[in-house]
Design a protein around this ligand. Structure first.
Ligand code: NAD
Length: 489
């Protein structure tokens, strides 16, 4: 793997690729359980140096005001990723266990192309707004509102879509004029470390503007939330960790942007094509072994057609065998780790303990001794109070729940601590939109529409997060607002 030299990655601190002072830690192929190599293991001292470098680059250089330099740097990074896309693809499949077919979309090439959005927005953005002259309190004043970078952004990311999430933070944060310290998940250090190599070797991004700190120790990431030199934390991960980030950040009252977990509902109304809708729900829940925060994992169907819906979902899911992610036909690869696989198994066991049944799947596939695989599983016979209906599983598991009409379907969808995403299927688009309007979620798919794209804001209601990533709203998350009034004659 040419991009990660001698299979040992480095930290990027103040423009230099350096070893971690905590030594190294292994990164593992989840499909084979083989150690791919090692990554630099940062200590608290490395994080301290990275934050210091980001602070200096923000305070003492023209990065925050030089739009042309920022746009050039982002486009150079994008081009470098395009030029190395085949190496990045193999790295992503090996380290993330991402099925090859997903690397042409949200796992790799999608987010690389989406870097254009931040660069284009920075070029065309109205950084100041003239509010004209007014006389508040009788004093004639020329007023303007300026938008400017927040400062040093700490970006903390998970392992499931590392390029998508790393770039959806770095791109807009840099485009808006911030400097960044990125702390990726310990399970996918190389996906972040390669950005460091590409930035140093192929871009004019100045030292300290981007720092990449891989670490096996979650506490090293927590320093970003606690450190007063960091102005904002942009976090994606579990709701539990999001709470810790928010609590730590409260000490210095820094801005916290959170993209958290989900337990999204797929509502099938009584006039919809039931078989088609259930097949889509089953397919979606199996992709990347269900490791997507916005995947609809509760399939909510008319009670009168419950058995038919379970059979349709199971018919699709039982055909999606978990398999080798290097194979172009694989939809469902491995989950990231043995820990994650065992967590999923515990959820499956809880479904049986609560009186549910498996319409397909239910555990580890018999034909995979090695690798962290779980069979795509349809759970039937439970209602929305079951543990598997309330908690995020992050595996290829779909729970089918009966509803008694539109109001009940909406009630079930909203009866969740989460509010990330949702889907509605109906033959009547207006009726579906009426339901979409009542769902307390950040994104809705109506009849198969795709909300994921660089110009669409993504994020959650309730305990799924605070703020929006991507789109203009995502760019503006990384801006402060300054009101300036000048005494006028
Ligand atoms: P996680 O919360 O365990 O870890 C995420 C990141 O936080 C990692 O980099 C980890 O090292 C770091 N971390 C852990 N403890 C920390 C602390 N106390 N302070 C600061 N950082 C800390 O999540 P995960 O298991 O890596 O990822 C899966 C979770 O991410 C799921 O809940 C999933 O829904 C969520 N997710 C959400 C979105 C979204 O956009 N809403 C996208 C992808 C994943």
């Amino acid at each position: 793997m040419a991009l990660v030299d001698s299979a040992e990655s480095r930290l990027l601190i103040d423009g230099k690729l350096v070893a971690g002072s905590g030594g190294t830690f292994a990164t593992v192929n989840p499909a084979t359980e083989e150690t791919l190599g090692v990554a630099a293991d940062a200590s608290a001292a490395d994080m301290d140096a990275a934050i210091g470098a980001a602070r200096h680059a923000f305070d003492d250089t023209d990065w925050a005001t030089n739009v042309e330099l920022r746009v050039r740097g982002i486009r150079q990074l994008q081009q470098a990723m395009r030029d190395h896309v085949e190496e990045l693809r193999e790295l992503t499949i090996a380290e993330v266990g991402a099925p090859r077919m997903l690397t042409s979309a949200a796992q790799l090439e999608g987010p690389v192309e989406d870097l254009s959005f931040g660069a284009d927005t920075a070029e065309s953005y109205s950084w100041t707004t003239d509010l004209g002259i007014a006389s508040p309190m009788g004093i004639k004043s020329k007023r303007m509102v300026a938008r400017e970078a927040i400062g040093v952004v700490g970006a903390i990311t998970p392992w499931n879509f590392p390029h998508q999430i790393n770039l959806a933070k770095i791109g807009p944060a840099l485009a808006a004029g911030n400097t960044v310290v990125l702390k990726p998940a310990p399970d996918t250090p190389w996906a972040a470390a390669v950005l460091g190599e590409l930035i140093v070797e192929h871009t004019d991004i100045p030292p300290g503007v981007v720092n990449i700190v891989t670490s096996s120790d979650h506490a090293v990431g927590a320093l970003l939330s606690k450190d007063p030199r960091v102005d904002m934390v942009s976090f994606t991960g579990s709701t539990r960790t999001g709470r810790a980030v928010m609590a730590d950040s409260a000490q210095t009252l820094k801005k916290v942007f959170l993209e958290l977990g989900g337990k999204s509902a797929f509502l099938v109304l009584d006039d919809a094509d039931l078989a088609g809708a259930c097949a889509m729900a089953a397919f979606t829940a199996s992709m990347h072994a269900g490791q997507g925060c916005a995947i609809t994992t509760r399939l909510v169907v008319p009670r009168a057609r419950y058995d038919e819906a379970v059979d349709a979902a199971a018919g699709t899911m039982s055909g999606l065998k978990p398999g080798d992610p290097t194979n172009p036909g694989t939809i469902c690869g491995p989950v990231i780790s043995a820990l994650q696989r065992d967590r999923i198994q515990a959820y499956l066991d809880s479904a049986i303990a609560e009186g549910g049944r498996f319409a397909c799947g239910g555990g580890r596939p018999a034909d995979h001794d090695t690798g962290f695989f779980i069979e795509p599983t349809v759970i039937a016979g439970l209602d929305n109070n079951a543990k598997v209906a309330r908690e995020e599983i992050f595996g290829p598991v779909l729970t089918v729940i009966a509803h008694d009409g539109d109001d009940d379907a909406v009630r079930i969808a909203n009866d969740s601590p989460y509010g990330l995403s949702g889907t509605v299927f109906s033959a009547d688009e207006e009726r579906a939109h009426g339901i979409a309007a009542r769902m307390r979620v950040g994104t809705v798919n109506v009849n198969g529409g795709v909300w994921y794209s660089a110009d669409m804001p993504f994020g959650g209601y309730k305990q799924s997060g605070i703020g929006r990533e991507m789109g203009l709203a995502g760019f503006e998350e990384y801006l402060e607002t300054k009101a300036i009034a000048t005494a006028a004659q």
